[in-house]
Design a protein around this ligand. Structure first.
Ligand code: AP5
Ligand code: MG
Length: 413
């Protein structure tokens, strides 16, 4: 494929891609029923964003779909406490098929696994083997919790596992998961009410409220922590990003995850990206850079910071990132380089390839990815050194030790 052809096709794809994102962001709840009250929950002010009437209509629609899809399957619903209790209750009232419900919680404990922190589903007394299970959630954001739940439930041999959520934030999703039953898509606002809490308060509100920004024009970006997490394939960028998000609440843009989601959804961008990814090559800069600005802007002008995972990967991408941020009065606060020896990278990726299903996790493609890393991406180490924001971390060994070193860098920004 010639590059010229690709660039013009690419621009059209990107504009469709961004238009779709915008649609998600501004999807509207037909909120003109005269309710504009605000409520004070602890120290924060919230305004009505989804009135009860709209919530009920959306639950009607989800219930109807479940009634259709699950007929004759006697599904078992697992409602995740605490947030999903109201949604679960109203959903159940609308189900007309035989079904059962149970309530579960997620408990976190520290463990040495691929993801560091492990979330375990507790409270399942039923034998779910051979059953059709539907998880009921109040909200799905990054998808990390759902991913862990699916992994955990998958070990108990269910016939199928589905996800049903009251609220879904497409802009924050960074895992490649099917959310089959979505009552409402919402922008990236902090919401409370109808089971959702702010520091355990506000669950009793019957409408959904979103946070009122305090003096939007006067917010400063001094404390914004934009971080580039950098390293070769398999160095642990994704793994450490999860831990950073959990501790610092930053947003996460993994260009690899975005591209894989596009491939899964069989979009035009996905079709083009697949050819490059399967071949271990980089997707052309023009496609990536345009896509990135759209995703970045979806976090609004005053976010806490973004972890750029797998971006930039070339010097032109680094320059484009610098300019894109400068145009918004922002900057990269740190580039954190995970340094891992090549034989360890190979071992990790081959191991992951056995169960990841990633089309580029096979020995031949991994070798190509490593070559591309050395020739096109590694020059960025000197580039960021010259910017004075490079922090080199030993990425070999215990996950929590590595994360401790990263946290030290972030705490000092
Ligand atoms: P993991 O955390 O997954 O490592 P990673 O660095 O995120 O590895 P990736 O394979 O995701 O990197 P990549 O850069 O090749 O892929 P990307 O998706 O960005 O850890 C790896 C494994 O090691 C895991 O199994 C984990 O459990 C384990 N592990 C982690 N830490 C460990 C530790 N301390 N000890 C032991 N085990 C540990 O990109 C994919 C493709 O998309 C690219 O090849 C390219 O074609 C395209 N693409 C993406 N971004 C761009 C871009 N900006 N420009 C052009 N093309 C792009
Ligand atoms: Mg990754």
């Amino acid at each position: 494929m010639r590059l010229g052809t690709l660039c013009s096709t690419g621009r059209a794809i990107i504009s469709n891609f961004l238009a779709a994102r915008k649609l998600c962001k501004y999807e509207n709840w037909n909120n003109d029923i005269g309710k504009m009250e605000t409520v004070q929950v602890l120290d924060k002010k919230f305004k009505v964003s989804i009135p009860e009437e709209v919530i009920m209509k959306r639950i009607d629609a989800v219930a109807e779909k479940i009634n259709r899809d699950m007929e004759g399957k006697n599904p078992l619903f697992l409602a995740v406490l605490n947030g999903a209790f109201m949604f679960a209750s109203d959903l159940m009232k609308r189900l007309t098929i035989p079904c059962e419900i149970s309530f579960v919680k997620l408990a976190s404990y520290q463990g040495v696994t691929s993801s560091g922190k492990v979330k375990e589903v507790i409270g399942i007394n039923e034998d779910i083997s051979g059953r059709h299970v539907i998880i009921i959630e109040d909200i799905v954001e990054s998808g990390l919790t759902i991913k862990r739940m699916l992994e955990s439930l998958g070990t108990r041999n269910p016939a199928s596992v589905h996800v049903c959520t009251l609220l879904y934030k497409p802009e924050k999703m960074r895992n490649d998961i099917d959310i089959e039953y979505v009552a409402m898509r919402i922008p990236n606002d902090f919401v409370v009410g109808y089971g959702l809490d702010y520091n355990q308060q506000g669950r009793n509100l019957k409408d959904i409220y979103s946070l009122v920004e305090e003096n939007e024009s006067n917010q400063n970006t001094e404390n914004m922590k934009n971080i580039v997490i950098f390293g070769a394939p398999g160095s642990g960028k994704g793994t450490q990003s999860d831990l950073i998000i959990e501790k610092y609440g930053l947003n996460h843009i993994s260009t690899g995850d975005v591209l894989r989601a596009e491939i899964k959804n069989d979009t035009e961008l996905g079709k083009i990206a697949k050819q490059y990814i399967d071949d271990g090559m980089l997707v052309p800069d023009s496609l990536i850079v345009d896509m990135l600005a759209g995703v970045y802007d979806s976090y609004g002008p005053n976010h806490k910071g973004v972890i750029f995972d797998g971006f930039p990967r070339t010097v032109p991408q680094a320059e484009a990132l610098k300019k894109m941020l400068a145009d918004r009065g922002h900057k990269v606060a740190a580039m954190i380089e995970l340094n891992v020896p090549e034989d360890e990278l190979m071992t990790r990726l081959i191991k992951r390839g056995i169960d990841s299903g990633r089309s580029d996790d096979n020995e031949e493609t991994i070798r190509k990815r490593l070559n591309v890393y050395h020739s096109q991406t590694a020059p960025l180490i000197d580039w960021y050194q010259a910017e004075g924001i490079r922090h080199k971390i030993n990425g070999l060994g215990d996950l929590n030790r590595i994360f401790g070193d990263i946290a030290q860098v972030i705490d000092n920004l």
